[in-house]
Design a protein around this ligand. Structure first.
Ligand code: CDP
Length: 238
């Protein structure tokens, strides 16, 4: 069946409503919340601190470790608590998406830990996690070349690209080529590009084009959150 109208009434290239807040967890060195529609991600950063066991240290630069966790209460169907192949994969791609912006040369033998917790899931959780983590790293004062913005697009009706896919759309009969991506807003560099489904080269290029546009909006929400916390404040660490 042709998908002519989105299930939640959005335009094909429209993102869900977004919200971001920085500095939400006092016990962490940096933290942030990023919400898109009903998907809510929380990220907390610990570090830089000495990495143990010592054989894991890099004497040239700090090491980034990401841990993604989808809470069992975040989804409607039962999800077994604890790590899974899925969470390991998402932790790994998140690390790769964030690493290019981090300047870890000043932190030899250290580790920066990023803990991403999904408290409510309605698709796009890896992207929301990356958006939150990028803000939490900035909040922790880790030197960064740029923020990282992430969104998932989907290809539907064979050629139509939709932006910021929700779970209902992901589950549509006939399938959808789900394409999460992370983009550095200033350089346009793509640091994450995954695809689940089938698509032509043209469809993938169109997805990236619309994803980049969506990331400009995400970047604005992220910058506003940082401004809200740090703009005009003398002591940002309180
Ligand atoms: O969340 P994301 O789109 O990055 O990754 P996914 O593996 O494609 O998962 C899509 C969605 O399926 C999640 O956002 C959840 O809403 C849902 N999900 C679920 O209900 N139960 C799970 N164990 C895993 C995912």
């Amino acid at each position: 069946m042709a998908y002519t109208k989105r299930t939640d009434g959005r335009k094909f290239d429209e993102l869900r409503e977004m919200e971001a807040k920085v500095g939400i967890i006092k016990s962490a060195d940096g933290s942030a919340m990023f919400r898109v529609g009903k998907t809510i991600a929380i990220a907390a950063v610990r570090g830089p601190r000495d990495l143990y066991p010592k054989f894991k240290q890099d004497s040239q630069k700090g090491v980034l470790r990401c841990n993604y966790d989808l809470m069992s209460f975040s989804v409607t169907e039962r999800k077994r608590p604890g790590p899974s192949r899925r969470s390991q994969e998402i932790s790994l791609v998140t690390e790769k998406a964030l690493l290019p912006v981090l300047e870890l040369d000043n932190f030899p033998n250290a580790v920066v830990d990023v803990f991403i917790t999904i408290v409510q899931a309605d698709a796009g959780t890896r992207c929301a996690g990356i958006n939150a983590a990028s803000l939490a790293l900035a909040d922790a004062g880790i030197p960064m070349k740029d923020l990282v913005c992430a969104v998932a697009t989907g290809i539907i009706n064979e050629d139509k690209v939709i932006v910021d896919v929700n779970k209902e759309e992901e589950d549509l009969e006939g399938g959808l080529a789900d394409t999460p991506m992370a983009i550095l807003p200033r350089s346009g560099e793509v640091t994450l590009l995954q695809m689940d489904g089938e698509a032509s080269k043209e469809e993938i290029l169109e997805s990236i084009k619309l994803g980049k546009r969506a990331c400009e909006q995400i970047y604005r929400v992220q910058r506003d959150a940082l401004k809200e916390r740090y703009g005009g404040m003398k002591d940002a660490a309180d």
